[in-house]
Design a protein around this ligand. Structure first.
Ligand code: HXC
Length: 259
């Protein structure tokens, strides 16, 4: 049997997805996107899911973009279908009710950068390289980059990156807000383990509610977004998690949110 293009491992409800085409620097082709879509559908159905980490196989690349060999001979309709497939897959990722973190371990270019942008946040190793080099190939970003990149780092910086196609290192990605944290390459695994521990130990319903409040609130007027926060905050007092968390604090013991 051929090796999975998306490998799945798990610890305390925190699932790690590894995109596995290292010979092509984990470039996204239709087959990989289809597999990712199926995995995400399975994850979306799980109420014990706590977080998802997504990374690339090998120590050189997160994802070096959409597969150029697959794209070269496409007609406009086929290109539209390919972009639509990726957008639908990334939407599934974005709509998971738990935090989704990109662990960027090297090249994060084109469709790879767009994948990282569909995650809630990203952490990077210091060898990571980011960019939207599509204009060098005679096209524009088609997996959401013209929309999600300006929303994350502002339109001026997004236009700089998209129209020059220049690559930026992890330090600059950190400065412009494309990634939240940067660690030496040898420490990325330790950071992944730490995230797994934290996201697996904190109140699972509270984490879901926080993501829901932030995502849903972004598109709303501040007053309605604050009302949403109040509702979700109050709802937290309806389940066992709030009592366990606060009792644990008062009892001077760590909380146990395991279900
Ligand atoms: C297909 C790719 C690829 C890609 C790398 N490879 N990127 N194959 N699609 N996006 C393949 C190479 O062809 C090569 O295969 C192998 O991976 C190793 O790559 P090298 O180029 O030999 O490695 P290196 O010299 O280290 O250079 C790394 C690199 C370079 C700087 C990342 O590979 C590169 O520039 N890749 C393209 C990056 C890019 O333009 N991405 C955006 C794509 S467009 P062989 O068989 O020769 O060993 C995009 C649009 C999204 O993402 C929207 C579409 C609708």
């Amino acid at each position: 049997m051929s090796e999975a293009l998306v490998s799945v491992s798990e610890h305390s409800g925190v699932v790690r997805l590894t995109l596995n085409r290292p010979k092509a620097l984990n470039a996204l082709n239709s087959e990989l996107l289809g597999e990712l879509e199926r995995v995400l559908d399975d994850l979306a159905a799980r109420d014990d899911l706590r977080a998802v980490l997504i990374t690339g196989a090998g120590d050189k690349s997160f994802v070096a973009g959409a597969d150029i060999a697959e794209m070269r001979d496409k007609s406009p309709d086929e290109a539209r279908d390919f972009a639509s497939q990726a957008l639908a897959t990334f939407k599934r990722l974005e709509r998971l009710p738990v935090p989704v973190v990109a662990l960027v371990n090297g090249f994060c270019l084109g469709g790879g950068c767009e994948l990282a942008l569909a995650c809630d946040w990203a952490v990077a190793s210091d060898n990571a390289l980011f960019g939207q080099p599509e204009v060098l190939l005679g096209v524009i970003p088609g997996f959401g980059g013209t929309q999600r990149l300006p929303r994350r780092i502002g339109p001026a910086m997004a236009l700089d990156l998209i129209t020059t196609g220049r690559k930026i290192d992890a330090q600059e990605a950190l400065r412009v807000g494309l990634v939240n944290r940067m660690v030496p390459q040898a420490e990325l695994e330790t950071l992944a383990e730490e995230l797994t521990r934290q996201l697996g130990a904190n109140g699972p319903q509270a984490i879901r509610a926080a993501k829901q409040a932030i995502h849903a609130g972004q598109g709303q007027h501040l007053d309605s977004a604050l009302a949403l926060e109040t509702s979700l905050f109050a709802l937290g007092f309806a389940g066992p998690e709030q009592r366990e968390g606060m009792s644990a604090f008062l009892d001077k013991r760590p909380p146990d949110f395991q279900r």
